[in-house]
Every structure is written in structure tokens, then in C-alpha cells.
Design a protein around this ligand. Structure first.
Ligand code: GAL
Length: 443
């Protein structure tokens, strides 16, 4: 039953995303102002700790590298609006939430939730926190704040179940970005590659010239690379099919994608396992590697480092993915049993507000989830991302919670970890087939 509803949700997601690709641009079409189905004010008593000062504890994994700065910018807006509420920043370090999500899970299990936490729109939110009754619906807040008018209609199904809306999206990130060092490419007479074969050829040239072709980091950054290569090899329709059961994980096409991935790994730095995403991205802007595939939070980091767009770094869709925007969205939730519900609601109001999103996103390296942010506040890269979000085919990210529930993702991660050790493409493919059968929609 649970499997069925997850599958249906998955189909709804894909359908909605495809619809957006067929002309309903996410940034131009306001959401239908359908009436919220159920009143959903939090039922907990207001938060008044013994000292009389209200609080809110907000949990995320934004502790550095452009991410903390973005969060701080939004906290500043919060503090200006709610000077009497103490903000407790409970961020836990580690890119993509690898550490934070484990800490969060044990806190939730122990009945000690933070008031609000960062949860990705899509299967992570629905399949974990909603399924586990760990968060509260926010329909009343959507109504009082008018958010159905300003949030992209493509996002609403990814944060909803049975008519209840469960989170407040703060941004849209792009996963399929190829960052490159323009100087290194120029010195080696290399054009920015648009196909995977061109990319291989470019990296052969770089390797021969003694340059590290591809900067790579710890395990989750390899999953991130894998999802973009699946997209670049299969195209958006077949990529979507991986998540709704229509594309056979055992097919020859998927095998080619995995072979491409295997080949890409041969161009990477040998110390990838010990590098964070920031370490890896930094290799490119420091001139120590030519390419890096990373979400556009890397741009927030490059700016924090004082690097200049088009000089220290350039960007392009990952080869083979032009015209497709592989997205994810950070959103904030209200914990079931939040210790400080008033503080949490105040935080969510800022997270969903124009002022909050305009402060946060230009620094974080993301575009607003809201459709009414002032474009001129954003730099050149993010303005190009806004255009692409509005015009490209939109598909979801695996690594960042959109397309697969946590158990499926974790099985893929285990298979990937083994593959990185043994390089056996056939065994990897067989494990991916098995993962789709046990936790995904494959029969
Ligand atoms: C993602 C998250 C981004 C960024 C990234 C790297 O999962 O959605 O906002 O934080 O991890 O840490």
C-alpha cells in the first residue's frame, strides 16, 4: 500500500515535471489557488522557555563554504523581524547532509526534534518525514502568507500528500552543472565540451598535458556525478523512467551510462575519498584541475572565495544534458511536537518570504523558489540559471532527495560504494536492478 502510494506520487511528480517542460514554465505560472483541504495550525502550546524569551531551533547542514553565509543572511532578516525570538542554529557539518541527516534521524527517534529542519522537496520529504508522521502540514500558513500565488506549481506536488502541504521551499538548485577553469581550457585549446565524447577527448588532452582533468570528492559527490551522467547518457525521458519503472535498469543503455561513469572516474584526482565538495570545487578555481561537476551551491562558494565568474570559473550544463535542468529544492518543515511552535512558524514565514529568499539565495548560489524575486539582485550565473529553470525540461535529482526515497537511495549508495572499490560495471548494474526491485517501482 505504502509502495503503491509512493509509486503514484512518483508518477505524479514525473507527470508534473513533464507538464512544466511542455510549456508551463515554473517561474511564470502562478500556482492554482486551490483551497487548502484542512486546517493545520500547530497544536502545541506557545514556546516560553523558563527565561521568558522565545526560541527557535533550526537544523541544517549549512556550516561553511557559501552555505553558512546564505543561512546567516536569512537569519539576519529573521532577527530584524523577530528580535524577541532567540535563533538557535543547530547546523551539523557535512555536504549534502550526510552527517546531519544521521544526527537528525537519531534525534527524531529519541523524540527530541529541532523545531524546523532542512528537508529536500520530493521523495525525501514525502517518503521519510511525512511517512514517519514527523512533520506537520502547513496549509494555513500557505493561505495566510499567500504562498500558493508565489511558489511554482511544479513544486507543490513534491511537498504535498493528500492535499496537505508539508514544507516551505526556500530555493531551487541545479545539480547538472559542469564547472571549469577557463584559463586551463584556453591554454590547452579546449572548447567547453557539449557531449560526453567531447568531454572524454578534452580530458585525454588534459591528462597528456599533466593537468588533473576532473576534480572529485567524497562518496556523495560521486553519486552526484553519476546522476548527471545517467541524465547525459539517457536523456530526460529515459532518465525519468529510471524513477517511475519505465526504464529498465538492466538495459544496454543504462550499461553505457555506467561505462561512461566508470571511464569518468579514471580522470579524477586519486585522493577523492578524502575531499569534501568544497575541496574538490576549489581545485578548479585554484587552477589545480580543469572540470568539476557540482550543484550550483559551488557558485556561492566561489563568490565567498572572491573568485570572478568567467575568469576564475566558467559553467555549462554537464555534457549531454543541455536543455535539461536537473533540480532540487531545499525546504523547511515544522516538526511534529516542535518544542517552540511559535518560533518555528516565525522562522517558516521568513523562509517563505520575498525578503528572506532575496537575502538567502544570491549568497547561497541558488535561485528563489518564489517566482517574484528581484532578478537584478543575482549575479551572472544565477541569472542564467533562472532563464534555464524557466525554459528547460526539468528533472529531479537523486542525490538530493527528489526522485528516490531514502531506502532506495541508500541501496544505490551501497552499490556505488562497492563499485568505486571494484570497478565491476556488470555487478554494479545488477545491484542497481536489485535496488529498484526491492525499494523502487520495478517489479
Ligand atoms: C544539498 C543541499 C544544498 C547544499 C548541498 C551541499 O543536499 O540541498 O543546499 O547544501 O547539499 O551541501
Amino acid at each position: 500500500m505504502k509502495r503503491l502510494s509512493l509509486t503514484l506520487l512518483g508518477l505524479l511528480m514525473i507527470f508534473t515535471i513533464v507538464l512544466s517542460a511542455c510549456g508551463t514554465t515554473p517561474t511564470s505560472a502562478p500556482a492554482q489557488p486551490t483551497a487548502p483541504q484542512e486546517a493545520s495550525q500547530p497544536t502545541n502550546p506557545p514556546s516560553q522557555p523558563s527565561g521568558g524569551k522565545q526560541q527557535v531551533e533550526v537544523f541544517s547542514w549549512w556550516t561553511g563554504g557559501g552555505e553558512a553565509a546564505g543561512l546567516e543572511a536569512m537569519i539576519k532578516v529573521f532577527k530584524a523581524q523577530y528580535p524577541d525570538i532567540e535563533f538557535i542554529n543547530a547546523a551539523v557539518a557535512g555536504g549534502a547532509g550526510t552527517n546531519a541527516r544521521a544526527v537528525l534521524a537519531s534525534r527524531l527517534q529519541a523524540g527530541d526534534p529541532p523545531d524546523s529542519w532542512q528537508g529536500h522537496a520530493g521523495q525525501e520529504l514525502i517518503g521519510t518525514y511525512v511517512a514517519g508522521n514527523q512533520i506537520q502540514p502547513l496549509n494555513d500558513l500557505y493561505e495566510s502568507e499567500g504562498w500558493l500565488e508565489v511558489m511554482p506549481e511544479t513544486l507543490i506536488p513534491l511537498i504535498s500528500q493528500d492535499g496537505k502541504i508539508y514544507s516551505v521551499p526556500v530555493n531551487i538548485h541545479r545539480a547538472n552543472v559542469l564547472w571549469y577553469n577557463p584559463k586551463i581550457l584556453k591554454e590547452n585549446n579546449i572548447n567547453v565540451p557539449t557531449t560526453i565524447d567531447e568531454w572524454f577527448a578534452a580530458m585525454d588532452t588534459l591528462k597528456a598535458a599533466g593537468v588533473t582533468p576532473l576534480a572529485l570528492g567524497e562518496q556523495w559527490t560521486k553519486m552526484h556525478l553519476l546522476e548527471t551522467v545517467l541524465l547525459g547518457t539517457l536523456g530526460p525521458d529515459a532518465y525519468n523512467g529510471l524513477w517511475n519503472g519505465k526504464t529498465d535498469w538492466g538495459s544496454p543503455e543504462v550499461k553505457v551510462a555506467l561505462q561512461n561513469f566508470a571511464k569518468l572516474l579514471t580522470y579524477a584526482n586519486s585522493d577523492s575519498a578524502s575531499l569534501s565538495w568544497q575541496d574538490a570545487s576549489q581545485l578548479v578555481v585554484n587552477g589545480d584541475a580543469a572540470f568539476n561537476v557540482m550543484g550550483d551551491w559551488a557558485e556561492g562558494y566561489f563568490r565567498e572565495l572572491g573568485k570572478t565568474p568567467q575568469v576564475d570559473y566558467g559553467w555549462a550544463p554537464v555534457p549531454g544534458t543541455a536543455g535539461t535542468f536537473q533540480f532540487l529544492s531545499d525546504s523547511f518543515v515544522l516538526a511534529a511536537g516542535a518544542p517552540h511552535p511559535d518560533g518555528a512558524i516565525a522562522w517558516l514565514k521568513i523562509a517563505g518570504s520575498k525578503a528572506g529568499q532575496e537575502a538567502f539565495n544570491p549568497v547561497k548560489g541558488s535561485i528563489c523558489a518564489r517566482i517574484d524575486c528581484d532578478k537584478s539582485l543575482f549575479g551572472e550565473y544565477l541569472q542564467s540559471a533562472m532563464n534555464d529553470w524557466a525554459t528547460n525540461t526539468v528533472v529531479g535529482s537523486l542525490t538530493h532527495g527528489v526522485v528516490a526515497n531514502d531506502s532506495w537511495k541508500s541501496e544505490i549508495d551501497t552499490a556505488l560504494g562497492l563499485f568505486v572499490q571494484n570497478g565491476d560495471v556488470d555487478a554494479f548494474q545488477a545491484a542497481l536492478v536489485a535496488a529498484c526491485k526491492s525499494s523502487g517501482p520495478c517489479k
